[in-house]
Design a protein around this ligand. Structure first.
Ligand code: AMP
Length: 407
């Protein structure tokens, strides 16, 4: 089945056309700077020339129309009619407590995603815009929502409750939700397949290290704890997000610097993390380069980033009372031997030993074991593919909805 996967940000739409029969990507692309004078369109059909254009794209509906125009371009012959797209899968960041699985989008689902605006103000509003724009352009196919939070629904109460008055959980649903669920789900499944083990018999720690970063403890195939929380701001140090900090720092800063709520929000989400620590860049490649040139603050930013990862790994080994494998994925996790090595430094007490040679030269884009043969815990690099998870879930639900109107 050909499934169009859509991932909408406030001024961008990423798209992937995936054939779920052979799990192959047919075409991918991104439209950025929607609403600006010039929008940038990158269109990458598999096995064909990639193109980059500037266009004027006013809103998400126009963006979806433009994507269809590209897919229908007779020269590239990706599809010859919109009818070939049998379903659309949408990445939705926050499903609140309501969505434990992916769902067919109807009015109730749309209303529930809207209700979760409060919980994810940066993500859910553009996600919903994307759904509405895609429904306008492809009105006759099923649209399915796949939630970043869904995989973490298995967290036990002791892991998801915060130490604040319980009435705030009851009244506002303030709790840990966790994110990057599709990625943690995908890489842990890849590992079970690789070692030919049942999910129930394994304990895995999945480290999704990209611009956003989170770690999940996956015990018996289920997420039992994860580093992001009520929002994607907590946990690890990220590109521009602070990760965990003592909440009292905020009271102190509000008073000292006379900050508004909006200032605090921007400070923690856009000016902190690697960018804030280094005063130089949020991009790990830039930091590694400057650190190797001797820049102290870039070196420190990397130190803090890796130390946090190490601490979470240690704590999740305690959570699960063991760990069979640690998985690194996403932009930094898949591509940086340095960060992988530094994050697992001096963990031989816990049975973790990296093979430097394997770690330094994994083949890009493939699954690689990077631990030594004597390491009690195996360590892997496993490329993530969140879009494929969305496409497969979407195809399943679209097929089921074809057979029964009550899905
Ligand atoms: P993502 O959000 O998964 O696309 O990951 C983006 C992050 O991956 C950025 O911080 C990039 O600098 C980082 N990244 C990509 N390639 C490399 C690399 N070869 N070495 C270190 N970091 C990398």
């Amino acid at each position: 089945m050909l499934v169009l996967v859509i991932n909408c940000g406030s001024s961008s739409v990423k798209y992937n056309l995936i054939d779920t029969e052979n799990e192959k990507n047919v075409c991918k692309g991104v439209i950025e700077r929607i609403g600006a004078v010039t929008s940038i369109v990158k269109h990458e059909p598999a096995g064909q020339k990639h193109t980059k254009h500037t266009l004027n794209i006013a809103n998400h509906t126009d963006a979806l129309q433009q994507i269809l125009t590209y897919l229908l371009n007779p020269e590239s012959q990706i599809i010859s009619s919109p009818d070939e797209i049998k379903a659309v899968g949408h990445r939705v960041v926050h499903g609140g407590e309501m969505f434990k699985d992916s769902v067919l989008i109807d009015e109730d689902v749309t209303a529930a995603i809207e209700q979760a605006f409060d919980l994810a103000p940066l993500h859910n509003p553009p996600n919903l815009k994307g759904i509405q724009a895609a429904q306008k352009n492809l009105p006759d196919v099923p649209h399915v929502a796949v939630f970043d939070t869904a995989f973490h629904h298995s967290l036990p109460n002791k892991a998801f409750l915060y130490g604040i008055p319980n009435r705030f959980y009851r009244r506002y649903k303030i709790r840990k939700y966790g994110f990057h669920g599709t990625s943690h789900y995908f890489v842990s499944r890849q590992y079970y397949k690789l070692v030919n083990q049942k999910a129930e018999d394994t304990k895995v720690i999945s480290c999704h290290l990209g611009n956003g970063a989170s770690i999940a403890a996956v015990d018996g195939g289920k997420s039992v704890d994860t580093s992001m929380g009520f929002t994607p701001l907590s946990g690890l140090v990220m590109g521009t997000r602070s990760g965990d900090i003592d909440p009292s720092i905020l009271f102190y800063l509000i008073e000292k610097e006379e900050l508004t709520l909006a200032n605090v929000h921007a400070l923690l989400n856009r000016h902190s993390g690697l960018l804030g620590l280094s005063g130089y860049a949020s991009d790990m490649r830039d930091l590694i380069e400057e650190a190797s040139n001797g820049d102290r603050r870039c070196q420190q930013a990397i130190d803090v980033f890796c130390y946090k990862i190490k601490q979470y790994i240690g704590s999740y080994i305690a959570t699960m009372n063991g760990c069979d494998a640690i998985i690194f994925t996403a932009g930094i996790g898949e591509n940086s031997p340095l960060i992988r090595k530094r994050s697992l430094e001096q963990m031989d007490y816990l049975g973790i030993e990296i093979d430097d040679k394997k770690n330094d030269s994994p083949e890009r884009g493939t699954i690689q074991k990077i631990s030594t043969e004597s390491s009690r815990t195996e360590v892997y690099v496993i490329p993530t593919n969140e879009e494929l998870v969305i496409a497969i879930d979407t195809a399943k639900i679209a097929q089921a909805s074809d057979q029964s109107p009550w899905v």
